[in-house]
Write a protein that binds this ligand. Structure first.
Ligand code: AMP
Length: 398
């Protein structure tokens, strides 16, 4: 996939109507609409502001939740709109339909320097189906398509890819930043490149491990997925998470890493408990020798020290997935150690990719010391996997 895409900086947007796909799919209270985390809204502000300052008229598009083509009031974008109004300090009118008469009237009347938000696109079934007629009608509202919803880049929907068939299409500033950091980290990283993978399931990260074996110098595996690797090495893991369908795969990855000269680091000790509970009594045992009835909840101190040492020598670090059940403070030490090690690197590029790892790094308080925190969970995983992302591929090459 070519990462060198045209952006809003490369084209003249003055006096033009822009269809700007954002990701306002923010965690919120379904009853009160209160937004729990506004990161996705805040991260699109530079693009919205740039367009308004350069005399464009901006039609904002987003989805929220999974209404599957039904009008569901609790998935209306109104709280995102209210929040955006506060952040931008200008009125953000919203449409009362999706591509109906109200959308068409409001978009037709829109003037440069003004903004309007279209109601949740997924209220129409054609959005997720990437219906060409729907995409064409959407495109007819504007002159240019700007894609800034990196978190949705792996979806081929009407508003993330379909409209690009009908309009000149470029990246927004958030997508530009994501491509710059993640693309460079994969294509021409400052070496050594250390990739850290954790989280619950091996199956989620299969493609990523395979792809990183071609690119990384060191791969660190912790978290729930590491126990399958311990079984692949002939160990016992008690009641720890096991992805039984992927034991052979894990064995294969260990062999491949060896053959290709990639350092693959696995835990050597684990914090284990008898219950999956925040206050369960714990002890530290050697990995691959976890007793019956005990489950791994975190990497142990020896492993944390070893992983820290590997991170300290890195030129680039990419991290996706916690090292343990970090939601329980007693089992967050391993995850914290990774965040801390990354935060102390002076001349390295550090990237945290999406989802739970982002909440983990924010919990540790080291987020401001990380070079780039990706806004895409699934999208950044697919990016690391080397897959073509429909929301990116459809943009014009520079
Ligand atoms: P993922 O969505 O695959 O990145 O997984 C994140 C989840 O993995 C978090 O909710 C963690 O609590 C969980 N996790 C990490 N390590 C373990 C473990 N050893 N046992 C159970 N769950 C874990």
């Amino acid at each position: 996939m070519n990462y060198d895409k045209k952006t809003i900086r490369d084209i003249d947007v003055s006096g033009k109507k822009i269809l700007l796909r954002c990701d306002f799919n923010v965690p919120h209270d379904k009853k009160t609409g209160v937004i729990h985390d506004d990161t996705r809204i805040v991260s699109t502000l530079p693009t919205i502001r740039y367009l308004l300052e350069h005399n464009a008229a901006v039609i904002l598009l987003s989805h929220l939740g999974r209404p599957h083509g039904q009008w569901k009031q609790e998935m209306s974008l109104f709280s995102a709109r209210d929040h955006l109004e506060k952040l931008l300090g200008i009125p953000v009118p919203m449409t009362t339909d999706v591509l109906g008469p109200d959308t068409k009237a409001k978009c037709a009347a829109l003037q440069p320097g003004q903004v309007v938000l279209v109601e949740n696109l997924r209220f129409r079934i054609e959005e997720e189906k990437n219906d060409p007629e729907f995409a064409k009608e959407l495109a007819s509202l504007a002159d240019i398509f700007v894609f800034d919803a990196f978190g949705c880049a792996h979806r081929a929907h009407a508003s993330t890819a379909g409209v690009a068939d009908y309009l000149p299409s470029v990246a927004g500033l958030l997508v530009e930043k994501e491509l710059a950091f993640m693309g460079k980290a994969l294509d021409e990283p400052q070496r050594p490149l250390v990739a850290i993978l954790g989280g619950a399931k091996v199956s989620d990260k299969i493609g990523v491990i395979n792809s990183l074996l071609q690119k990384a110098d060191t791969i660190i595996i912790g978290g729930g997925m590491s126990y399958t690797f311990q079984v692949a090495q002939g160990g016992t893991i008690g009641t720890s998470l096991l992805d039984a369908d992927h034991i052979d795969y894990a064995r294969d990855m260990i062999a491949k890493a060896k053959a290709q000269g990639v350092k693959l680091l696995l835990p050597t000790d684990n914090v284990v408990t008898q219950d999956f509970a925040a206050d369960a009594p714990s002890r530290v045992v050697p990995s691959r020798e976890i007793p019956d009835g005990w489950m791994g909840m975190d990497i142990g101190p020896e492993t944390a020290a070893c992983f820290t040492e590997a991170i300290q020598g890195a030129g680039t670090v990419i991290w996706n997935g916690p090292m343990g059940v970090f939601e329980f403070p007693a089992f967050a030490a391993g995850t914290n150690a990774i965040a801390q090690a990354m935060s102390t690197l002076e001349n390295a590029v550090t990237i945290v990719g999406g989802g739970d790892s982002v909440s983990a790094v924010e919990k540790t308080g080291f987020a401001s010391k990380i070079s780039h925190i990706s806004t895409g969970g699934g999208a950044s995983l697919e990016f690391l996997e080397g897959l073509e992302l429909p929301g990116i591929v459809c943009l014009e090459d520079r």
